[in-house]
Design a protein around this ligand. Structure first.
Ligand SMILES: [Zn+2]
Length: 411
């Protein structure tokens, strides 16, 4: 009897050990699915490797636009910063050329590091999509690099560690919101030692996460971690305690432009969340049936993942919703376009994404174990928001061209 028991116990131990090793290898060697597409060198040519190069390409297109269209305004917002870097948000406004009816506001780089792809999409839009005909009754306002600090320094957040897309308060009570779910996870989300991706805790991060998923559910954890929090200034997805300077500076400019139009479509370009290489339409849930059906018409033929659907999440302090609040009484259509990178709709991809965020943020506030660790953590972070894959970059351009062409025609 004892012998049988011993065999059972050893077998169980063997199964558990095999499971542990399998998961360990799967997690630590995690890669998203490959993208099956032929690389286009014309598409990849829109991408640059530095903030300065993105900016310079955008500004040289601005000069050409001035020649081609009437009443074009090119301007910038200087974003103050402690390190004295030259950080600008660049703006091109092409008014509707005949009658002002619709306005499209197309923004890149609200999450600094995501600006590389956003900038490429804006360049493509200028070069391949717009025309006198399309801009006859539609104005286009391009906002390039809304968070230039993060863009230049490969961070998502501003110099004040603020996530701009959690910062845009329509009502000041936003900054008093308590995110209880984040509080419960704060030890996991905001470790205070030096960042080291290779220590045993981080190599087994998936196990800690899976334990939480079993007790809380994936959707609840995702919502708690990502919706935004206003209590931990050194934490992730921190929304700040007041407007960041660029949001304050942008408000009167936006109001001045929006006043001339009756319908405003705001598209905010992001990367990082969702299936690798897939263009997701990912707005916050919308209650107003007119706004909702307006978006469904403009984006018909495409799946819209309203933030409250299974694999997504809702956010507080959303930029596109805030823009709508600046022009009450008009039809405001807010949309977020997100190009997925790490297959974060899958459990391991989701865990890896959040771990990349935690480690990068931890390193910024508490230092890195050594230079090698720092380089590894930062390169993983950059790769998550700006993949070097030429297939990914090709897909971003081809898919955004297809959708934006349709959107312009339907406006
Ligand atoms: Zn983003």
């Amino acid at each position: 009897m004892k012998k049988v028991l011993r065999i059972i116990l050893w077998s169980l131990f063997g199964i558990l050990a095999a499971g542990y090793i399998f998961l360990f290898v799967a997690y630590n060697g995690y890669k998203p699915d490959k993208i099956d597409i032929e690389v286009s060198s014309e598409a990849t040519a829109y991408f640059n490797e530095t903030y300065e190069d993105c900016r310079s390409d955008f500004l040289s297109e601005a000069e050409k636009i001035k020649q081609e269209y009437s009443f074009v305004e090119v301007s910038n917002i200087l974003v103050p910063n402690k390190s004295g870097q030259e950080l600008y948000i660049d703006l091109i406004y092409i008014p509707a050329q005949d009658t002002a009816i619709n306005l499209m506001v197309l923004t890149s780089g609200i999450h600094g590091v995501e600006g590389f792809a956003g900038s490429a999409v804006q360049l493509m839009t200028i070069k391949e999509i717009i025309s006198q005909d399309l801009l006859s009754s539609t104005g286009l306002f391009l906002i390039h690099g809304l968070n230039p600090f993060g863009f230049k320094n490969i961070r998502k957040v501003t110099e004040n560690n603020v996530d701009l897309n959690r910062n845009c308060a329509i009502n000041q009570s936003l900054y008093d919101v308590v995110n209880e779910g984040y509080r419960d996870l704060v030890e996991m989300l905001g470790p205070t030692k030096k960042a080291d991706h290779a220590n045993s805790k981080n190599r087994n991060f998936h196990i800690i996460a899976v334990q939480k998923i079993i007790t809380e559910s994936m959707a609840a954890l995702r919502q708690a971690a990502l919706q935004g929090q206003y209590e931990y200034p050194e934490g992730i997805y921190y929304g700040g305690q007041k407007f960041e300077p660029q949001i304050s500076a942008l408000a009167p400019i936006l109001k001045g432009i929006m006043v001339d139009y009756s319908e405003i479509l705001t598209i905010d370009l992001h990367t990082g969340y969702g299936a690798n290489g897939v263009l997701h339409l990912f707005p916050n849930p919308i209650e107003d049936p007119i706004v909702k059906s307006g978006l469904e018409n403009i984006f018909s033929g495409y799946q819209i993942d309203w933030g409250d659907s299974d694999d997504f999440y809702t956010i507080l302090g959303s930029y596109v919703d805030w823009i709508g609040s600046l022009a009450p009484g008009k039809l405001n259509l807010p949309m977020v376009i997100e190009f997925g990178t790490l297959d974060s709709q899958k459990t391991l991809g989701s865990i890896r994404s959040i771990q990349n965020m935690i480690l990068e943020n931890q390193g910024q506030h508490h230092g890195f174990k050594n230079e090698r660790t720092e380089a590894k953590i930062k390169s993983r972070f950059r790769e998550m928001y700006y993949p070097s894959s030429e297939e990914w970059r090709t897909k971003v351009i081809l898919d955004s061209k297809e959708i934006l062409e349709k959107v312009f025609q339907r406006l």
